[in-house]
Write a protein that binds this ligand. Structure first.
Ligand code: PMT
Length: 416
């Protein structure tokens, strides 16, 4: 089941060039499990064909308030039969009309009649976006609980300018939609997720690293934020976009830097999920210059011997703090064999509250952007097994399994 399983989404298209991306968005929403109906303005119909949208959505597409062609496309029915309205692209005109309560076509009357949350994805030329009238309209709608805005991306726009105004890609819109619909049972929880590898420099060119891509940690950060937690992501060197809803991202490179970042964040933390694959060793000495393959005379040099030193054990260091019992510590154990036994030993050794025993070194689980398999073991010996799933869904299932304990922490923080 996808992130939006069984949800009924009404996708409204304003008349902007980004409307041409709508068929792909519809397809991705359906892949995520949603049923999608589309309503478009007359101007949107100039940028994308109604037929394409009918084919990808599997439903008739509404574009005419006065049409009697299809009795099913009635604005009040469309509004009532959806869990969420997504406006993408939300043009300056569409945002302005909604802000001022204007409803003169099928799209605006549908939004007017809807009682569901509305996810607004502004997409327009940078100068239009910067216009104080548009900003005022956005600020007003933002102040109303019903409307959630997804920040437009920065990029090359159709007008040839590079700047803010680009419609975010479908995965970002889907994340935001799932977050709008999720229960906010973790509101008040201050969570940190560490993700990705660390890099321990040998010289300015080379480093010791590992295969972690950060995918698992970023997905957990997204899942926690979707349920209302205030999430700080401490990320090693990865090339991933910060998930929708994550409050803050701190980028680090080495184990020492990760420890420093987590130590600074610790006093205001309720929960730490340590998915990062922290290097256990670093070069004892870092060369300030590139180590050459040849010696001074130009002959091949002997391969250097790399002396290694231990990096700090971050979880152990944090668990030794006097206020440790205030924070729930979740470790991850990446193992190639005897996964659960090693994980249980690490849970005790590092004084954790729970650990995710994670099989690595096999194609169906572990490192990379694909799937994961694991067993969550709690300190009291209870455990939850997770079948193979894409990491986004794995993260949702993991956070759901942790939720009873996390909601308790969230309530404690709310009353503090
Ligand atoms: O990033 P992806 O490509 O999505 O891959 C995800 C993952 C496989 C990296 C992730 O799911 C995972 O298993 N992370 C744990 C990796 C790891 O370092 O495991 P470990 O068994 O070596 O360490 C046990 C725990 O101690 C981990 O929580 C680790 O963050 C922590 N640790 C390790 C070393 C160290 N010096 N300090 C630590 O705190």
């Amino acid at each position: 089941m996808g992130l939006l399983a069984t949800r009924r989404i009404l996708l409204g298209l304003g008349g902007g060039i980004a409307a041409y991306k709508a068929p792909e968005l519809v397809r991705r929403l359906r892949d995520a499990g949603a049923e999608v109906r589309v309503v478009m303005s007359a101007a949107a119909a100039r940028f994308v064909s109604k037929l394409s949208l009918e084919v990808v959505s599997g439903f008739p597409v509404g574009d005419d308030l006065w049409s009697t062609d299809d009795a099913r496309i009635v604005h009040t029915d469309l509004a009532r039969d959806s869990d969420l309205v997504i406006l993408a692209p939300a043009t300056a005109d569409l945002i302005g009309k909604i802000r001022h309560g204007l409803a003169d076509d099928l799209l605006t009357t549908t939004v007017m009649a809807a009682k569901t949350p509305v996810l607004v994805c502004p997409a327009m030329n940078t100068e239009m976006l910067d216009n104080p009238l548009v900003q005022d309209n956005i600020a007003h709608l933002r102040s109303l609980a019903r409307y959630t805005f997804l920040e437009p991306g920065v990029g090359l726009l159709a007008c040839g300018i590079t700047g803010p105004g680009r419609q975010p890609d479908p995965p970002e819109i889907i994340e935001a939609a799932a977050a709008v619909l999720a229960d906010k049972d973790l509101r008040g929880l201050a969570a940190i997720v560490s993700a990705g590898p660390t890099r321990e420099p040998i010289d300015p060119v080379r480093f010791i690293g590992n295969h972690s891509t950060g995918t698992m940690g970023f997905a957990i950060a997204r899942a926690l934020a979707a349920r209302g937690a205030t999430v700080t992501l401490v990320a090693g060197p990865v090339s991933l976009r910060t998930p929708v809803g994550v409050a803050r991202r701190v980028d680090v490179e080495t184990a020492d830097e990760m420890l420093a970042a987590l130590t600074e964040l610790w006093p205001s933390t309720d929960f730490l999920a340590m998915t990062a694959a922290v290097a256990d060793y670093r070069p004892a000495q870092r060369s300030q210059e590139k180590i050459k393959k040849t010696d001074a005379s130009g002959d091949s040099a002997m391969p250097p011997t790399l002396a290694l030193a231990r990096t700090p054990d971050i979880l152990k260091t944090l668990a030794a703090r006097p206020d440790r019992s205030r924070v729930m510590l979740l470790g991850f154990a990446a193992e190639t064999h005897d996964v659960i036994d090693y994980a249980k030993a690490k849970l005790v050794d590092k004084d954790l509250d729970a650990i995710l025993a994670n099989r690595v070194g096999v194609p169906e689980s572990g490192f990379g952007p694909g799937d994961n398999i694991g067993t969550l073991v709690f300190r009291d010996g209870t455990f939850v097994e997770f079948a193979r799933a894409p990491k986004e869904l794995f993260a949702d299932a993991l956070v759901a399994a942790l939720a009873p304990r996390l909601t308790h922490l969230a309530r404690r923080s709310a009353h503090a």
